[in-house]
Design a protein around this ligand. Structure first.
Ligand SMILES: NC(=O)c1ccc[n+]([C@@H]2O[C@H](COP(=O)([O-])OP(=O)(O)OC[C@H]3O[C@@H](n4cnc5c(N)ncnc54)[C@H](OP(=O)(O)O)[C@@H]3O)[C@@H](O)[C@H]2O)c1
Length: 345
């Protein structure tokens, strides 16, 4: 296959703290197809989603910085069309892979994407391309957070913003691990959504008496770990609800606020802890084989239908920015997925 010299891509010319401003600044441009180094693969992208981590990147609040202008997008799916040399890139050539990359180079919102072969997972037979484009960021994080909670010895896990795609994935994964989940959401419609998916414990943080209800349930089920993608005052509230020995794993910044309301007395005398969690670090602390095995186990869930990401729209380059704004305005409504070569590709 002869590779073109240029590709279409979504380009971020400058960051903006105001998300709508950052989205409005995105451009569709012709860029050079990235060149390859040893150990890397060139992927013809079939689908790439927008996650909250992409929104954080647009606002210059993500943990990885890129030299602008640059192409956003941390994950996706595509076909490996060229190898930069080495056994793994050679092995992956011609295969469909879920891929990710967290480096100062162009991301997945493009026709082509270069990444390390070690950051690709071959798709299993029966794995849908759009679902495969969202295989890495959320499913791995959901599984990793439950692993962390188990290793911290918690009998149950509190999960905030539980109507997120990640939160919905936690339901079957926690069930498999026999870990009761206390799902906290912020709207009645989200309570209904999670109940419809079979969640047993769903609490609405906007309802009167929520703090007492959460405290009572934490004590009854023995929840000493909470996974918190919201931050702000919720962090201190859930720590207080868990009491002695409670740990909050902060893994998102959806409120845009600093973690608050944390009682120093709890940190000093009740062995309470607040920690950050970042999937990138977790992956680096695992061997490649363990990641591959976990990836295959997660894919089997997708193939059997127990895991899936809700999708609001599959769109081409020109409609992408408008759909990003719709996603930012109603995140529970599902992901926007860029289909560089059309939905049938
Ligand atoms: N640390 C890591 O390595 C890592 C990896 C993967 C994901 N994450 C984080 O995981 C979280 C979920 O990701 P996702 O892709 O599953 O999200 P998503 O499907 O886009 O959904 C986001 C959810 O959060 C809710 N939400 C937004 N702002 C909120 C607030 N201030 N208070 C309470 N709920 C709020 C939304 O509800 P509404 O519809 O009501 O707005 C929606 O249900 C994100 O924070 C993401 O950054 C972190």
């Amino acid at each position: 296959m002869t590779l073109p010299a240029t590709m279409r891509a979504i380009v971020l010319p400058r960051h903006a703290v105001d998300l709508s401003e950052a989205i409005a600044g995105l451009r569709v441009e012709e860029r050079p197809v990235p060149s390859l180094r040893k150990g890397q693969v060139l992927i013809r992208m079939l689908a790439a989603p927008c996650n909250p981590s992409d929104l954080l990147f647009l606002q210059d609040q993500y943990g990885v910085k890129k030299t602008l202008p640059s192409v956003p997008g941390w994950e996706g799916v595509g076909e490996v069309v060229a190898s930069g040399g080495g056994f793994l890139p050679w092995f992956l050539k011609g295969k469909k892979v879920a891929c990710a990359g967290q480096a100062d180079r162009d991301g997945t919102w493009a026709e082509y994407f270069v990444t390390e072969a070690a950051q690709c997972l071959p798709l299993l037979a029966g794995m849908d391309a759009v679902q495969g484009s969202m295989l890495i960021v959320n499913p791995f994080t959901a599984a990793a957070l439950l692993d962390e909670a188990r290793s911290l010895g918690s009998n149950a896990v509190v999960h905030l913003a539980a109507a997120s795609q990640l939160g919905r994935m936690m339901l079957p994964l926690a069930k498999d691990m026999r870990i009761p989940l206390l799902n906290v959401v912020r709207r009645p419609a989200q309570v209904e959504l999670l109940r419809g998916l079979g969640a047993e414990h769903v609490l609405n943080s906007s309802a009167p008496g929520h703090a007492e209800e959460l405290r009572a349930l934490c004590q009854r089920l023995g929840a000493t770990v909470a996974c918190d993608p919201v931050a702000g005052p919720r962090t201190g509230q859930v720590l207080e609800a868990m009491g002695q020995g409670g740990t909050v794993l902060v893994y998102g910044a959806l409120s845009g606020e600093a973690c608050g309301g944390i009682d120093p007395i709890g940190l000093i005398f009740k062995q309470q802890r607040v920690r950050g969690f970042w999937l990138s670090e977790w992956v680096q602390s695992r061997g490649m084989l363990a990641i591959l095995r976990r990836g295959n186990a997660l894919q089997r869930h997708f193939v059997s239908g127990t895991l899936r990401s809700a999708v609001r729209a599959e769109v081409g380059f020109d409609a992408f920015a408008a759909q990003l704004q719709a996603y930012a305005d109603d995140m529970t409504g599902g992901k926007v997925v860029l289909r560089p070569w059309g939905a049938g590709a």
